[in-house]
Design a protein around this ligand. Structure first.
Ligand code: ADE
Length: 262
């Protein structure tokens, strides 16, 4: 049976509901405290994902985290969970603006340091290798993001390509891909969520903060553990500034969205 289509805000309407989707609890906890969001509730009986909500000025903010994997006792990270969680959320709630916020690997070669922040200008996958016509392109995704100059300026962040995959480290092949595509942020969720947002025509953006430099000799996981707390603090500052700005009452058009045909 066909589901009721989810009503979408027109770009000229004021934004009423913002979702901020994080993979890990540690990434999300600071914002929940600062915005005094309510207690976590389940997103869906079949998923460990949790929602916390509250009001900021004129908007409702729903924060989503992937939750704890019951088999392994750690946050459920990665593309599959990101995709499923985003789909469950976008099809069950009207969402005017969907934000993926999280940590990422950065690139010293493109001027990043620990704590650098980026807004996505394009979404790629770096580890979907399918050397067949059409399927190669499908594997790489290459989804163009809506550019948001107002937010780039407000947050003082550069925009650049974000590439998602299923591993924290990187192969030689992937390092070549990052150079070729001038990737500024390597993560494990953004492109999967961008693909769902494109299918469901939900205005989307990704805001990433660097915990480790992919092109540094020290392994990413060691850098990640050392820098997670400080980078999450910066991520929280940026997301808080974003939602407080949107909560002052802005339209999607003001943030760069245009009406989609059909
Ligand atoms: N999140 C933080 N650092 C990362 C990295 N190097 N790769 C993928 N996801 C990350």
């Amino acid at each position: 049976m066909q589901e009721e289509p989810v009503r979408r805000n027109h770009p000229k309407d004021r934004i009423g509901r913002v979702v901020v989707h994080y993979a890990m609890e540690e990434e999300a906890a600071g914002l929940a405290r600062r915005l005094e969001l309510g207690p976590p509730t389940p997103l869906h009986e079949g998923l460990p994902a949790r929602l916390r909500s509250g009001r900021v000025g004129s908007i409702e903010v729903i924060q989503c985290t992937h939750g704890t994997d019951p088999s392994h006792g750690v946050d459920r990270i990665g593309l599959e969970t990101a995709c499923l969680t985003a789909w469950a959320l976008m099809t069950s709630q009207e969402v005017d603006l969907y934000v993926n916020a999280g940590t990422c690997g950065g690139f010293g070669a493109r001027g990043a340091g620990i704590g650098s922040g980026y807004l996505a200008s394009r979404f790629l996958y770096h580890d979907h290798r399918v050397p067949l016509p059409g399927f190669r392109e499908q594997g790489e995704a290459r989804i163009e993001a809506t550019r948001r100059p107002v937010l780039e300026e407000l947050l003082g962040l550069e925009a650049g390509p974000v590439s998602s995959g299923s591993s924290l480290d990187a192969t030689e092949h992937e390092l070549e891909f990052f150079e070729r595509e001038r990737v500024v942020a390597k993560d494990m969720e953004a492109t999967a969520i961008a693909a769902v947002a494109m299918d469901l025509r939900t205005p989307f953006m990704a805001l990433k903060t660097v915990t480790d430099l992919v092109d540094h000799p020290e392994p990413s996981h060691q850098q990640f553990l050392r820098n997670l707390e400080s980078s999450c603090g910066l991520l929280t500052d940026r997301v808080e500034a974003l939602v407080r700005y949107v909560g002052r009452g802005v339209t999607l058009e003001h943030l760069g969205d245009h009406p989609t045909p059909g």
